[in-house]
Design a protein around this ligand. Structure first.
Ligand SMILES: [Zn+2]
Ligand SMILES: [Zn+2]
Length: 258
């Protein structure tokens, strides 16, 4: 009798020869992590939920030293941070990496509140997010030189105080974390800031962008999602609704919960 094939937790998609997307489609969050290879170093943007360790997969794709950077320190973006010796965050969220101020029961509820198809042996009741020291701080305007490939750090607060986007000017590629994706954008938690969110989106919308790489959900999103998100925030501001607690608003491919 043949046993059923083991389904991988991460889906891998190459983009050209020097960029890889690792996605968690077996979970409602549908997270995406991005591995960018240069000639001398690699940048890993986010490390997933932490249901499975991402490090072996990263190692299978590169022998270069890897900087694991967090777009922000929500538990679903730092899951495998502990497996990397180099960990970068914005200074505003360094303390969150050491200890995120959310009860474990809440994290475990979030982990299981939507569709999930966990690998056998994984126990969500025992799930504990990564907590540890950052090894470097990433600030707005920093340039990460990977060797023949330059990545700019953009501080884009709003969804969280130290949220970062990563921009590759030579290609016009923008890695947007939780600031731009199709689905519901969140700016209603106490640590969010809807006005800063709107300003960050406007800043991104002014960049020459050829491709967007979101933190969640559909991977292939049109570049005009940036302008549409910007227009959505403008509409909320014009109606006096751009403040916390005003509700959930539907703008077609995106919803904004503030
Ligand atoms: Zn988040
Ligand atoms: Zn997220």
């Amino acid at each position: 009798m043949r046993s059923a094939p083991v389904r991988p937790w991460f889906t891998v998609e190459p983009i050209g020869s020097d960029t890889f997307v690792f996605s968690e489609y077996r979970h409602w969050e549908e997270t995406h992590c991005y591995l960018l290879l240069g000639e001398a170093r690699a940048l890993l943007i986010d490390t997933g939920l932490g249901v499975r360790d991402l490090a072996p997969l990263v190692r299978a794709h590169t022998a270069l030293p890897v900087l694991a950077a967090a777009t922000h320190v929500h538990w679903d973006h730092i899951g495998s941070h502990g497996s990397f010796a180099q960990r970068g965050v914005h200074p505003a969220e360094a303390a969150w990496l050491r200890r995120f101020p959310l009860p474990l029961t809440q994290v475990r509820q979030d982990l299981t509140r939507g569709f999930h198809d966990f690998p056998s042996g994984f126990d969500p009741d025992a799930f504990t997010p990564f907590a540890g020291e950052p090894t470097c701080l990433l600030n707005d305007g920093d340039e990460i030189d990977l060797g023949g490939r330059r990545i700019q750090v953009l501080h884009t607060p709003g969804h969280s105080p130290g949220h970062l986007c990563f921009y590759e000017p030579d290609r016009g590629w923008l890695f947007t974390g939780d600031l731009i994706y199709e689905g519901t954008l969140y700016a209603f938690y106490p640590s969010t800031d809807p006005l800063a969110f709107a300003r960050s989106v406007k800043r991104l919308a002014a960049l020459p962008v050829t491709r967007l790489f979101p933190g969640h959900h559909r991977l292939e999103i049109p570049c005009d999602l940036l302008a549409r998100t910007d227009a959505a925030f403008d509409a909320l501001a014009a109606r006096g609704q751009l403040h916390q607690g005003s509700g959930l608003f539907d703008f077609g491919p995106i919803q904004i919960h503030i």
